[in-house]
Design a protein around this ligand. Structure first.
Ligand code: GLY
Ligand code: MN
Ligand code: MN
Length: 379
């Protein structure tokens, strides 16, 4: 096929748009590249979007776009324009198209991997800013916001911004999986779970979680939960390589989680029974998946079919997260008292290599001792 990119061309000072269009006018939002310069950047033919309706209409009339496919929610204006021109059955064709686009992104090329490396490097610097901000966070009634602002500010300075809403969760808030309110205090003696990623200007994003002892030292109970999560992550790392199925990475982590929860007396059955499909008692404390693909979207390739994602074998060039967690709510009567109110997640981003995975986020310490030493070095 031939690719054509339809865009708004530059509108000069002699145009109405320049002065009057608050959404696109240069006076309002700054200059846009010309079609010629965009063609040079992308290597694609670029045309004025004003011609799109006519060109699609003509093609349909000529019967040459019976294969027209649309990502319906990508641009409501284009959807509104194309829909009346199309016949029935289009919705199903579009679904297949959306799936195909998602699946095209499963294996990253060199450019994409370089962008993800840049996103990860900027995110690592963001986590350093978080550690530096901790004394200020502890002294503030909304310390979680102080942490969020430290990470997000750096993301704006270094990249396009954050790739998703930062989770800054102290103490029991870590057990609320998508705690993005971030309006709580940060207290010495607590753990702080920070799930945050920088999106670079090309829009590729990192997705990283570290769980930090606010005052720089893990307590024994915190360390016990932390080590269990780290061991689960390491088990996932150990199995991940080309030829292994995506879901087997999750299963490796779950074996460790179930084993540890069983040792702590939290499961009503033994670990093996819990791991069986009809068991799954351990999922109460680790209810999310261990991994998802990562790229332009934080949950990249989300429309891929099960057989190309969860059930598919890993291939060199795939990038995904490894992010087990254990979350014990403060009112959890099934848990030993000393573990209540402890939530831990460790999230790394990995690239599948010829014979394993490379941890793209290795610059950020993971082991408990290394986390303590790293925090001390930044204070
Ligand atoms: N921050 C969203 C995720 O970890 O999937
Ligand atoms: Mn994630
Ligand atoms: Mn995350």
């Amino acid at each position: 096929h031939d690719a054509v990119l339809y865009l708004r061309p530059q509108a000069g000072r002699d145009s109405e748009e320049f002065f009057a269009d608050a959404r696109y006018g240069e006076l309002w939002v700054g200059p846009r590249p010309s079609l010629a310069s965009l063609a040079a950047t992308t290597g694609l033919e670029c045309r004025d979007i004003a011609a799109l309706a006519d060109e699609v209409g003509l093609s349909l009339a000529a019967g040459t776009t019976s294969g027209l496919r649309l990502v319906p929610d990508a641009d409501p204006a284009v959807t509104a324009l194309v829909t009346p021109l199309r016949s029935g059955g289009a919705a199903r064709a579009d679904d297949e198209f959306v799936t195909a686009l998602s699946e095209l992104r499963l294996v990253k090329d060199d450019f994409e991997v370089a962008q993800l490396r840049a996103a990860v490097a900027a995110s690592a610097r963001g986590f350093e800013e978080v550690v530096r901000a901790l004394p200020r966070a502890v002294g503030h009634p909304r310390g979680e916001r102080v942490v969020e602002a430290a990470f997000d500010g750096n993301a704006r300075v270094e990249g396009n911004g954050v790739g998703y809403e930062t989770i800054s969760a102290a103490g029991d808030h870590a057990c609320t999986l998508h705690w993005i309110r971030n309006d709580g205090a940060v207290r010495p003696g607590q753990l702080l779970l920070v799930d945050a990623g920088v999106e670079v200007d090309s829009l590729y994003t990192a997705d990283v979680t570290r769980t930090l002892p606010v005052d720089g030292r893990f307590t024994d109970a915190q360390r016990r939960v932390y080590q269990a999560v780290l061991d689960a992550a390491d088990a996932a790392f150990a199995v991940a390589r080309p030829g292994v199925r995506f879901r087997e990475v999750h299963e490796a982590a779950m074996r460790v989680v179930a084993d540890r929860l069983s040792a702590w007396g939290m499961l009503p059955v033994d670990a093996a029974t819990s791991l069986a499909p009809e068991g799954q008692f351990h999922r109460r404390w680790m209810p999310h998946g261990t991994s998802h693909h990562l790229g332009l979207d934080v949950h990249d390739c989300a429309q891929a079919r099960r057989e190309t994602y969860l059930d598919a074998e890993l291939r060199e060039g795939m990038v995904f997260t490894i992010e087990p967690g254990i979350y014990v709510k403060s009112d959890d009567e099934l848990a030993p008292a000393e573990l209540r109110g402890i939530g831990v997640r460790i999230e790394d981003d990995v690239l599948v290599t010829a014979d394993g995975v490379e941890n793209l986020t290795a610059a950020l310490p993971r082991e408990a001792d290394a986390v303590e030493a790293w925090m001390a070095s930044l204070r």
